[in-house]
Design a protein around this ligand. Structure first.
Ligand SMILES: Cc1ncc(COP(=O)(O)O)c(C=O)c1O
Length: 384
């Protein structure tokens, strides 16, 4: 499979050398039946754990009944999901798509339509996706450069720097788009004062505030959304990743005021909001509610943070979205695989932990033991 991958797939990915065939709860199994503790969840997606029986049953039942008809017609799960999302997110109206980057594209378009203005303001170290619009508001030069010219104008503000913010927003600004906790950057939360300053500027310059909750949504941080830690209501919110616990679905939520100015044909998606994806999301939300996974994320996340602090002097995050400084992070990830531990490094000196929200203290203890063991091994190697 490793050779076939090289021969047949475009080389966009550098994968770890493991072939997964099955998952159960917090565990993944390779083709030889070896098991691995999953602290990545398919990049913060599989929030209710792999192959959750209720999720499997609901998706299977829908699969047998109806998969897709397009948005030329009405389907019940789409309306039910929108109703559910109003309850958990506080946003009023919704548009469904299939991924995070699509949600961001739609949000950016909405900001231009609503304000009649052009300029996007994003943050240094942001990540919003890889399509042309979302890439334009993504910080990393390496991702953007080969595809320029991208959408203009865009300004990048330093996170938590109110002075820089005040300099870069003006009457031409259509939106400020931010991750309240920067995920791909390595888990870096925003200060409440900085977020408040964005809303103060909005009131002066009439732009839209977009919270990109693609990575932070659906209980990951110990609340339904990261915004619930901050107490601000954005004009637009983007969601995806854990929304279908691994089943592809994305969404944009807006206030009624924003929705009133959006019209027929201004945006669309063939697959967006299909019955199968919507049932996957409804089942995900039901499991989160029934099994109190948000409380679990808060409690076990707190414990995880405490335990990881024994190994790292810089630990950040909320709930089960945790970043921590570790030298040789890429090597730790590679050695983790050999130890039966699935880890993720966002840079050479930072690990990001985003396990399924079902994880317990026992698994956390096991993970910390294994990481500690790996660090000892690495120390021994460099000392020699
Ligand atoms: C905050 C944020 N926005 C958008 C995206 C893009 O999502 P997708 O990969 O589903 O297009 C990501 C992906 O990591 C993300 O973390």
């Amino acid at each position: 499979m490793f050779d076939l991958e090289r021969e047949y797939l475009i080389p966009f990915y550098r994968r770890q050398r493991v072939l997964f065939v099955r998952g159960e709860g917090c565990w993944l199994f390779d083709e030889k039946g070896r098991r691995y503790l999953d602290l990545v969840s398919g990049i913060a997606c599989v929030s209710i754990g792999h192959s959750h029986p209720y999720f499997v049953e609901r998706v299977f039942e829908q699969l047998k009944r109806l998969v897709h008809v397009s948005n030329l017609f009405y389907t019940k799960p789409q309306i039910e999901l929108a109703m559910k999302l109003r309850g958990i997110s506080g946003m009023e109206k919704f548009f469904f798509c299939n991924s995070g980057t699509e949600a961001v594209e739609c949000a950016l378009k909405i900001s231009r339509k609503f304000t009649g203005k052009k300029k996007f303001v994003a943050l240094v170290n942001s990540f919003h996706g890889r399509t042309m619009g979302s890439l334009s508001v993504t910080w990393k030069e390496k991702f953007r450069k080969p595809f320029e010219p991208l959408i203009q104008p865009v300004e990048f503000v330093k996170p938590n720097d109110v002075y820089d913010l005040e300099r870069k927003v003006d009457d031409q600004t259509a939106c400020v788009i931010i991750e309240l906790i920067q995920g791909e950057a390595g888990v870096f939360p925003m200060d409440v004062d900085f977020v408040k300053a964005i809303f103060d500027e909005r009131d002066e310059h009439n732009f839209l505030v977009i919270f990109d909750e693609v990575q932070t949504g659906f209980g990951r941080t110990g609340r339904w959304f990261a915004k619930d830690h901050y107490g601000f209501k954005p004009d637009v919110i983007t969601m995806a990743k854990a929304m279908g616990s691994g089943f592809p679905i994305g969404c944009v939520g807006v206030t009624s005021e924003v929705a009133e100015r959006l019209e027929f044909t201004e945006h669309a998606s063939t697959f967006g909001g299909n019955p199968l994806a919507c049932v996957a999301s409804l089942a995900t939300i039901e499991v989160i509610e029934r099994e109190n996974l948000i409380k679990n994320a808060e409690k076990v996340g707190g414990y995880f943070k405490e335990r990881i602090s024994e190994l790292s002097e810089d630990v950040r995050g909320f709930g089960l979205m945790i970043g921590a400084k570790f030298e040789n992070a890429f090597e730790i990830v590679e050695m983790g695989l050999k130890e039966g531990l699935i880890l993720n490094a966002t840079s050479e000196d930072n690990l990001r932990f985003v396990p399924p929200l079902t994880i317990g203290r026992r698994e956390v203890n096991l993970a910390v033991e294994k990481i500690s063991h790996i660090i000892d091994k690495l120390k021994y190697k460099t000392d020699r």
